[in-house]
Design a binder for this molecule. Structure first.
Ligand code: SAH
Length: 192
């Protein structure tokens, strides 16, 4: 159990480390379009509570112990494998998207449409990685508050975000993005 908690936190530190340089570039980039809705802001805030703050309370205090559950040992190990998959996709996506990354929905002055690397297979590798993450979290943090709630709030966030993001990309890149959409899957690669 302790090992699975440690694996979760190691994963989180890897993600923060990978994102840190892009966060720095993002702060200084000139934004020409920004489309963040209030609903999305609220959901993002809730997601940080369920991905970070409740797991922190769970790791450092016994306060949430009343909501613990126990899964068979192999399920925890499956969680480790899924988490590793999430990190792999996360790292690849950050390498390919580079300075076009934003924590919200934004278009930069220097924005370019990325269609290569992992983006040649799927349009939303970072969200694919997050799907894997929220599944791994249920298996690693065996507590109703620190584990599954992240998935519950990620579902509406994902659908809202993808709809708004693809609309923004179509408004900005037009036919190029439409052609790109025809060639790629959303979070799962297209068969064929
Ligand atoms: N949905 C992508 C990117 C998430 S980051 C993923 O899951 O990997 C969100 C930002 O990425 C948005 O502000 C958008 O401007 C930018 N973006 C999304 N897809 C892009 C692409 N193919 N090329 C360049 N920028 C992209």
């Amino acid at each position: 159990m302790t090992f699975f908690k440690i694996a979760y936190w190691l994963g989180l530190f890897v993600e923060m480390g990978v994102r840190a340089p892009l966060r720095k570039t993002w702060k200084s980039s000139v934004k020409v379009d920004s489309r963040v809705s209030a609903t999305e802001k609220i959901l993002l805030g809730l997601l940080s509570v369920f991905m970070f703050f409740l797991p922190l309370v769970y790791a450092l205090t016994p306060w949430l112990d009343f909501a613990n559950y126990t899964l068979p040992g192999w399920m925890g190990w499956a969680g480790v494998v899924i988490l590793a998959g999430a990190l792999f996709v996360f790292i690849r996506a950050h390498r390919d998207l580079k300075a076009n990354w934003s924590p919200s929905l934004e278009i930069f002055q220097e924005h370019s449409l990325v269609t290569g690397g992992i983006y040649g297979l799927i349009r939303h590798p970072m969200y694919a990685s997050q799907w894997l993450w929220v599944i791994a979290q249920i298996l690693l943090l065996q507590n109703w508050l620190a584990g599954p709630l992240d998935l519950v709030f990620f579902i509406p966030f994902y659908f809202l975000r993808v709809r708004a993001e693809e609309k923004m990309m179509l408004d900005t890149f037009g036919e190029s993005y439409r052609a790109y959409m025809r060639q790629t899957g959303g979070v799962l690669p297209r068969l064929r």
